[in-house]
Design a protein around this ligand. Structure first.
Ligand code: COA
Length: 258
């Protein structure tokens, strides 16, 4: 992989987008590598949580790579959005392994869209977030018009997208866009600490919970029905046997992840 780094620490994988001279902008190759990286980590049963961050101290991701689409036609523009959503943004949202975005600086355009595709977000206090697409004469194309409104509410999303303004980390926390804000030097420690807590729990149950929570935001899907189905299915797992047995035996569960 030329544009991303993957490092494993016990059951946690850290994916770092590594194009610091371009503020980690998402070109086609990086999106493809992220797809392949997330796919293989999701298939690796020893990985129980994934953190995604940007290299350097300045940016998480400063957006889609503008130099790649500046000359695109209507057809090519539509294809860019569709392919990107399929390979990366919808893909990450629907991974069964939890993905935490550690937003370490600018998260603009496709960068904020990537962070919003993750299951939740934490940020460093220097982070700046926004969807500046209308300054370029386009609109967010990697799910930004949908996910920003889901996360911060319609009115705030309208204002952020229309003004193309950036919000700072504290405002993002007040909006519910990020869960925690810490100094940059502590960001990975915070994300790893949360990921470690996640790794102690049943990965099978967590995967079913992700599916049920996401169902709330899918057209034509009844989230309550998905919850009922996945709740029932949990009773057939080895993790359920271990979790309930350990509780009754007053010991910590050692989940097999099956
Ligand atoms: N696509 C392609 N290249 C990008 C990029 C993007 N989205 N964002 C930054 N870069 C490149 C710059 O072109 C520059 O490359 P160069 O050194 O070869 O000229 C390098 O990254 C550093 O960026 P620079 O603009 O010099 O840094 P800055 O500190 O002055 O400004 C930003 C930082 C984030 C405010 C500014 O880079 C910016 O506005 N980027 C675009 C954000 C955007 O509109 N994203 C949405 C895309 S749909």
């Amino acid at each position: 992989m030329e544009n991303i780094l993957i490092e494993k620490q016990d059951a946690i994988a850290i994916v770092t987008i590594n194009r610091p001279t371009k503020l980690n902008a998402l070109n086609k190759a990086t999106i493809q590598e992220l797809h392949e990286g997330f796919k293989s980590l999701n298939e690796d049963k020893s990985v129980k949580a994934i953190i995604v961050t940007g290299s350097g101290e300045k940016a998480f991701v400063a957006g889609a790579d503008i130099s790649e689409f500046a000359n695109f036609s209507v057809e090519e523009g539509g294809k860019l959005a569709a392919e990107g959503q399929r390979l990366l943004f919808d893909f990450v949202q629907n991974l069964s392994t939890p993905v935490i975005a550690a937003v370490n600086g600018f998260a603009l355009g496709g960068g904020l869209e990537l962070a919003m595709s993750c299951h939740f977000r934490v940020a460093s206090d220097n982070a700046k977030m926004g969807l500046p697409e209308v300054t370029l004469g386009v609109i967010p194309g990697y799910g930004g018009t949908q996910r920003l409104a889901q996360l911060v509410g319609k009115g705030r999303a309208m204002e952020m997208i229309m003004t193309a303004g950036m919000i700072d980390a504290e405002t993002a926390k007040n909006y519910g866009l990020v869960n925690h804000v810490v100094p940059q030097a502590e960001l990975l420690e915070l994300a790893t600490g949360i990921a470690t807590k996640i790794t102690k729990n049943s990965s099978v149950a967590i995967a079913k919970a992700i599916e049920a929570i996401n169902a709330n935001f899918e057209d034509g899907t009844n989230g309550y029905e998905v919850e009922i189905k996945n709740f029932g299915l949990s009773f057939g797992t080895e993790d359920f046997k271990e979790g309930t047995t350990a509780f009754l035996e007053k010991r910590k569960a050692e989940f097999p992840g099956k």
